[in-house]
Design a protein around this ligand. Sequence first.
Ligand code: ADP
Ligand SMILES: O=C(O)[C@@H](O)C(=O)COP(=O)(O)O
Length: 423
Amino acid sequence: MLLGVIADDFTGAGDIANTIAKGLPGQGGLRTVQYLGIPPKAAAGDVEAGVISLKSRSVDAAIAVRQSLDALQWLLDQGCEQIVFKYCSTFDSTPAGNIGPVGEALAEALGVKGVVACPAFPEAGRTVYQGHLFVKDRLLSESGLQNHPLNPMSDADLRRWLRLQTNSDVGHVDIAAVRKGSQAIEAALRRNAEEERVLVIVDAITDSDLVAIGRAAAAHRLVTGGSGIALGLAANFVERGLARGTDTGSPAVDGPEAILAGSCSGATREQVEIHGRNHPILAIDVAGVMGGKVAMSDLTSFLLANRGRAPLVYSSGSPDEVQAIQARFGREKVAEALDRLFADTAQALIGAGIRRLVVAGGETSGAVVSALDLGALTIGPEIDPGVPVLISNGDAPVALALKSGNFGAPDFFSKALERLSGR
Ligand SMILES: Nc1ncnc2c1ncn2[C@@H]1O[C@H](COP(=O)(O)OP(=O)(O)O)[C@@H](O)[C@H]1O
Ligand SMILES: O=C(O)[C@@H](O)C(=O)COP(=O)(O)O
């Protein structure tokens, strides 16, 4: 294994696995496998990039650090030369962490400073300029992410936000330095390391900027960022002649289907609304869940009765609805109850023969896939930017699409079901 990734959620893991497996146009990427948690045994010999999916984005920082260090050890044991800490392209975190604490702990374990921190993902509209994160043409803090149910992003200045989370000062490499090319970026990172800064926000507006940053970090043992940061990293290995080329087969699974949506992002709510125009959808009464009136069987009976018609159940609510329910029952209690509900529902669905499962939301996907215990996943074709088809191994494979709340075209759900079955 050449490249190891520690991803702080499951949709994010698929996102970066997709980038590494694809590689640069015309060049190909690395043979990539996504693991659900830290694998209990060694990786297969032909895996060139291993992506460990953790559910560490919204847990206590101390737990996130412990899990990430355990993941690091496993990846180093597999022989990885370089480690990527993958977090969200919208820098999802709170003033208490977890990007800063995990980034610093990994850096300390690897004995490095002057580490790239760059969430840019231009294809999805995320760019970093003058240390500020933009989502399309809006500052992060005015993009809708200020209403996130778990980590409201109220400040677009990544240096200021990250400083709340770190022990050491946070550096910055601006776009002018990035545009001077890899050597200039490398020199700027080195200066930051000499000045004892562990994490360094690096501006990036285009894929070419990310490739230049990736090349500058070719010899770095640790890189942190969104999936975009991996654009140039796979290329470093390919160009050294170390990669054997990705598997070009497109795995697919045909069989009964279901869609679960737990994300409250604007993109997911629009996708749910559009899907509902031509398909059966069921809104989950969240207050009913909290009061014990809505149970897993309500969801499974609807989904199983509508097999073949792309049925969807969703908890996704507007910012006002989310705020009201959280004020009534508590943010964590609501998240825990919904996680449990989606996890139990997914388990029952797979038990009842569902073979194609689409999930919207990072935390929601983490809860679902942890409950399913599917082992390693093969990365299939890309459905929409950042969302690949994922196929489990074994005799009764399950095809999954784990969608970040904010990703995907308006018709994502029906398109995903088609791609899972190879159409
Ligand atoms: N109607 C709702 N009210 C309050 N919280 C909700 C509601 N629906 C979902 N949630 C919670 O919001 C969070 C959404 O996070 P996630 O699944 O990661 O989506 P995203 O990918 O958009 O971040 C989850 O913790 C989920 O349990
Ligand atoms: O980087 C991204 O935007 C995604 O890969 C990601 O991490 C998404 O997280 P969720 O929005 O919580 O699914």
